[in-house]
Design a protein around this ligand. Structure first.
Ligand code: ADP
Ligand code: MG
Length: 341
């Protein structure tokens, strides 16, 4: 093949390449679909996964639905109801990302979307495959949207080969679903994997109830509340007693301004507070929600990234340490030391 000449890629090839940047793996598809459901004001979201999402991803919500006249746009690239201008992108409270998700997902899968708004009497069903809309038909439906993705990456064999085992992809999805459920206790989130219900949160707005449903039920009894505000940073959440520890730090889960993040800095601060009280190589469980002014963090604007950089790392570390020390005292965690004369 000669690579001497410049050719413009045909539309389908270009869209498959672009899709790869938004959806590399099934969990990224699930994230986009659930975030759309959240943006649509849903109070109930049910996610159904089969074979690590390779075979089937279903997301059913009771949100606003999509108006009939917008339906032929949903799978178009850069079609969004959430922003109009570049400035809006920085202002928006919605999770949506430039109207690229559905187009990208549709480019590499078979999609069926059923939707109905409160105003419409009947719903509509759109089917599409490999980026092409096949049919739009009227169907009976409840208000909300239900979207089904089958045979992800059927037309991009290289990407399909790159996927991990069903089990490993399912684990990524399960972690994501747990994080979504914790960061949205106000939404009833139900998660079904390979025909079995994994969890169902009540959607009553209480973090403790969400933790109880998502994780092993014994855990919640071993957590105490942590709440502190200083240096313009707010922290709320739960942390485990000295008696309840894990062999690794995977259950130190942190959200910054509502968004799940990975931060070694935060893990260090947690360990600093706990270290005097734990055995070597034991780790506490923490669920922390940190709120600070958005200018104080650099979050990579790409939605798939979870890395975060704080501008004032020292402040964050200090806040977490102080919050935990305060909670240890409040919940009688620190053993009393008696000195004999
Ligand atoms: P974005 O979320 O960035 O706008 P998407 O490609 O994810 O881009 O979605 C395109 C548009 O389709 C959204 O702006 C929204 O209007 C509509 N949409 C997608 N999913 C849903 C849903 N579950 N409920 C209501 N509207 C939806
Ligand atoms: Mg979106």
């Amino acid at each position: 093949m000669s690579l001497k000449h410049i050719y413009k890629l045909d539309e389908i090839t270009a869209s498959k390449i672009a899709a790869g940047e938004v959806v590399e793996k099934p969990a990224m598809v699930v994230k986009e679909l659930v975030e759309n459901a959240i943006d649509a004001g849903s109070t109930h979201i049910h996610v159904i996964i089969e074979k690590g999402g390779k075979k089937h991803i279903g997301v059913i919500d009771n949100g606003t639905g999509i108006a009939r006249e917008d339906l032929n746009l949903v799978f178009e690239r850069h079609a969004t109801s959430k922003i109009r201008t570049l400035e809006d992108l920085y202002q928006t409270a919605s999770l949506g990302f430039r109207g690229e998700a559905l187009a990208s997902i549709c480019a590499v899968s078979e999609v069926a979307l059923v939707t109905k708004t409160a105003e419409d009497e009947v719903g509509a069903k759109v089917t599409a495959k490999g980026g092409k809309v096949l049919e739009i038909a009227e169907v009976g439906a409840l208000t909300g949207t239900s979207i089904t993705i089958q045979n992800l990456f059927f037309n991009t064999p290289a990407r399909l080969k790159f996927l991990k085992s069903d089990k490993a992809e399912a684990k990524n999805i399960s972690d994501l679903m747990s994080h979504l459920a914790l960061s949205h206790p106000e939404i009833a989130i139900e998660y079904t994997l390979d025909g079995k219900s994994v969890f169902k949160t009540p959607g009553n707005g209480k973090l403790a109830n969400a933790i109880f449903e998502v994780y092993d039920r014994n855990l919640m009894q071993n957590l105490f509340e942590v709440s502190h505000e200083a240096l313009g940073i707010k922290l709320f959440g739960f942390a485990s007693t000295f008696a309840y520890t894990k062999g690794n730090s995977t259950l130190q889960i942190v959200f910054v301004n509502g968004r799940y993040v990975k931060s070694d800095l935060i893990k260090e601060a947690i360990m600093l507070a706990y270290k005097p009280y734990l055995m070597h190589n034991r780790f506490p469980v923490c669920f922390f929600f940190i709120e600070l002014t958005p200018n104080a963090v650099d979050v990579n604007i790409h939605p798939a990234k979870t890395e975060i950089k704080f501008h004032h790392e020292g402040d964050v570390k200090q806040l977490i340490y102080a919050a935990l020390r305060k909670a240890f005292n409040l919940h009688n965690q620190i053993p009393e030391v008696t000195f004999s004369e």
